[in-house]
Ligand binder design. Structure first.
Ligand code: SF4
Length: 434
């Protein structure tokens, strides 16, 4: 048995980071390390970091500041930083937090168990890109009945505002066989729903086998009950994908399709390589083929050179397309991206004003969309108790909406039918259908 083997992973950022943390935890466990909840008692504290916005990076530095106290009291404790910030700014991390022992970039984090086993002196820094294949591990997960499955890593698109291609490298797809293998591991362990993850799942390519092929194989050749995926880039959303979505009942009727802006000139400066009318056409095709589909999106306001008119086009797009929900952000410069060379000319106060206006408009749209669900019966995977208390259960509808309803614990983990009885902008409420 190893000594000083208890570890704690703290995860910042997106689902991809949650999935990476789950894989890292599984690897740590099979290498003889033991996960514990308490940071104070852990021998190894691992922070999986996010670089998508400056705020996220500052939160990590804040957390590292807190950990310096724990480290002073116990210098045997190891502090490890992995993920996007480790990839992007290893030197800066060592400068601001010299007590960090190991820094591992996005493709190197899985080397952690062997580095901990070696007698190498710290600090150690590894940030090379390289593809990791794990055929035999079933990643840890936060929920018993649903899991993330990473199907590809990296991105080739270089949208001008985005740091991801620099911190996660070029696109690499896992093989269809490996993905099936991982899903089989999950279903054997009780998982009913998976979410396939990639920065741009629509460009998945396993030696010529594209994303619609993968989806069909997963629907046909695994026992998984419900399949979701994210994120889709509008430039690669093919008719074949829409056909598979429409015909396979295991594929949930939801697509997250980032629009980012309703203005073509801003889309061009963002290097999104589609126009608003192309995007609009896609949403029409999706709704024609899958009438109950829920469409969610990402929108950025205050991108360099965005005029009031450009912003109005985004507002108009939100109203015309009527998104079920949206993640909305105000633009902030990411050093190292192409847009960092543009003049950040929309004043902060104007960005805040535009963001608030957009949020209000979207809130109304989400309310109306959710109201239109009232009276409909939804298939729901029940994933646990609501935060409101144990008399309410919660689950996700096919359209990825959270629904709360009274029920007994013995149906947690089941797929049930729930009649929607009321709704606000964020949540549906309902009653179990016997
Ligand atoms: S598609 Fe664009 S926004 Fe998405 S990860 Fe790649 S570069 Fe970033």
């Amino acid at each position: 048995m190893k000594t000083n083997n208890r570890y704690k992973i703290i995860t910042f950022g997106c689902q991809m980071n949650l999935a990476d943390s789950g894989s890292l935890a599984a690897l740590m466990n099979i290498s003889g390390y033991e996960a514990i909840e308490s940071e104070e008692e852990a021998d190894i504290i691992i922070i999986n970091t996010c670089s998508v916005r400056e705020k996220a990076e500052e939160r990590v530095f804040g957390r590292l500041g807190d950990l310096s106290r724990i480290k002073k009291e116990n210098s045997f404790k190891k502090i490890v930083v992995v993920g996007c910030m480790a990839q992007r700014m290893a030197e800066k991390i060592l400068e601001r937090a010299p007590y960090v022992d190991i820094i591992l970039g996005t493709d190197q984090m899985f080397a952690l168990p062997s580095l901990l086993d070696s007698d190498n002196h710290t600090p150690q820094v590894k940030t090379e890109f390289g593809f990791e294949e794990f055929d035999d591990i079933t990643p840890n997960r936060d929920y018993k009945y649903s899991a993330f499955v990473t199907i590809m890593r990296g991105c080739n698109n270089f949208c001008t505002y985005c740091i991801v291609p620099y911190v996660r490298g070029r696109e690499r797809s896992y093989s269809v066989a490996k993905i099936i293998n991982q899903i089989n591991g999950f279903t054997a362990d009780g998982v009913k729903e998976i979410t396939l993850l990639g920065q741009n799942v629509n460009s998945y390519d396993d030696e010529g086998h594209k994303f619609p092929y993968l989806l069909k194989r997963l629907a046909d050749d695994t026992d998984i009950k419900r399949i979701r995926f994210m994120t889709s880039h509008p430039k690669d959303l093919s008719d074949q994908l829409i056909e598979v979505l429409a015909s396979e009942s295991k594929l949930m009727p939801h697509i997250h399709l980032p629009l980012q802006s309703g203005s073509d000139s801003i889309l061009k400066r963002m290097k999104r390589v589609y126009t608003y009318s192309h995007y609009l056409e896609l949403t029409k095709k999706l709704r024609k083929s899958i009438p109950n589909i829920s469409i969610t999106t990402d929108l950025i306001v205050g991108f360099p050179s965005e005029t009031e008119k450009d912003f109005e086009k985004t507002l108009e797009a939100a109203k015309t397309i009527s998104f079920d929900s949206a993640f909305m952000f105000r633009y902030s410069v990411r050093p190292g991206t192409a847009a960092a060379r543009f003049i950040d000319d929309v004043p902060e106060s104007e960005k805040i004003k535009r963001l608030n206006t957009l949020i209000e408009v979207q809130k109304k749209i989400s309310f109306e969309k959710n109201q239109s669900e009232i009276g409909k019966v939804q298939s729901v995977l029940v994933d646990g108790y609501s935060k409101r208390g144990e008399e309410y259960l919660k689950g996700k509808t096919g359209g990825a909406k959270t629904i709360l309803f009274p029920g007994n614990a013995d149906i947690i983990g089941d797929e049930c039918y729930v009649n929607v009885t009321s709704a606000d902008s964020w949540t549906l409420h309902g009653k179990l259908v016997e």
